[in-house]
Design a protein around this ligand. Structure first.
Ligand code: PHE
Length: 352
């Protein structure tokens, strides 16, 4: 077999390198041939020189070709073993699960998106103006005391206005009205904070706010929206609500919204009108709040509502202790968590 054949048949990179050294290395055959040119006469050299150089070119090219082929084969083999088919469905049951709060937020988003609401957000560390003053809760207002506010004090020497951890999602109303022009239809789900802790209160919990600003909006629109949402959320046609006069500084008139419930197979379920519980705060946005956001309250009206997301999750999925929501206990998550692979849709079913 010729040297060129040996090179072409080299089984691996190590064998190929041995052949290269034998031909082109210090004491290699071609190196020796090149050295033999030295003592030759100019005539001999002009005959032998080109032959030896051509031979060296030929061998070098053969080595390069074989090297490329071997390296490509190595890469192919690696790609074949490391292949990952992303179109395959998960073969193992996924280990993680979706927290009931996330699940319920997804459900609410789906329901309100279907009614034409966008999702709005605001910061959890909020300034006093957005959390209180703009919402018609001035500094001396007793409603501030209702909120058990966490204050964020500026660092010593820092000349900054004191901030609060937002006590409700209502400041997102203000931010939304200031940022865009009506008509406005938004929901704002998110974390809120109050200094409170027992079986039904945790210092951090979740609310969802709703806000509609348009022309000619009235309490009838509010009632229809809430009833439609509650029916979709609890997935029952027999959901009933009733509204009582209440007080919030940022709505006028204000209403507490109660939903009917009953015992079904020994379980408390939403539906019917045998018993009532309060589930939402709501009302027509106070004209002063609309004006605080730079809009003309004679031109624009609207309604707002707010409710606890964790509370909705407890009512729908049957948990009794709110604190367990935030303990991070895997056994609780296994029991109450939701599959990451099923997304709530109105057509496929809102619940899981
Ligand atoms: N922000 C109120 C609360 O935290 C709820 C609410 C929102 C009431 C919007 C009326 C309108 O209790």
């Amino acid at each position: 077999m010729s040297l060129i054949d040996h090179i072409a048949a080299a089984p691996d990179l190590a064998a190929l390198d041995a052949l290269r050294v034998a031909a082109l290395g210090k004491s290699g055959e071609i190196t020796a041939a090149l050295k033999s040119l030295g003592p030759m006469t100019p005539e001999e050299r002009s005959v032998e020189g080109p032959k030896i150089h051509a031979r060296r070119e030929e061998v070098t090219a053969a080595i390069t070709a074989r090297k490329n082929a071997l390296e490509a084969a190595i890469l192919d083999a690696r790609l074949a073993t490391e292949k990952l088919d992303l179109s395959l469905p998960a073969r193992e049951t996924p280990r993680g699960s979706v927290h009931p709060v996330s699940q319920v937020m997804d459900e609410l988003t789906e329901i309100f998106a279907d009614m034409g609401f966008a999702v709005a957000e605001g910061p959890e560390i909020e300034d006093d103006w957005h959390n209180f003053t703009a919402l018609n809760i001035p500094e001396t207002h007793p409603a501030r005391a209702m909120h058990d506010t966490f204050y964020v004090t500026p660092a010593a020497g820092e000349d900054a206005a004191p901030m609060v951890l937002r006590t409700h999602t209502s400041p997102v109303q203000i931010r939304t009205m200031m940022a865009g022009k009506p008509p406005i239809r938004i929901i704002a789900p998110g974390r809120v904070y109050r200094s409170d802790s027992d079986a039904t209160h945790t210092p951090m919990f979740h609310q969802i706010e709703g806000l509609v600003i348009d022309k000619g909006i009235n309490m009838g629109h509010l009632k229809w929206t809430l009833l439609t949402f509650l029916k979709a959320f609890f997935e029952r046609e027999d959901v009933a609500i009733r509204m009582f006069a209440s007080y919030f500084p940022f709505t006028e008139p204000s209403a507490d919204v109660q939903v009917g419930w009953k015992f079904e197979n020994g379980r408390r379920v939403i539906g019917g009108s045998e018993n009532w519980m309060e589930v939402l705060g709501a009302g027509m946005v106070h004209p002063r709040v609309i004006a605080n956001c730079g809009l003309d309250p004679d031109e624009w009206q609207g309604f707002a509502f707010g409710t606890g997301v964790d509370r909705l999750a407890m009512l729908k999925y049957g948990m009794s202790d709110l604190r367990a929501f935030f303990d991070g206990d895997l056994r609780w998550m296994k029991h109450y968590g939701f599959s990451a692979l099923t997304v709530p849709t109105l057509s496929g079913g809102i619940g899981a």
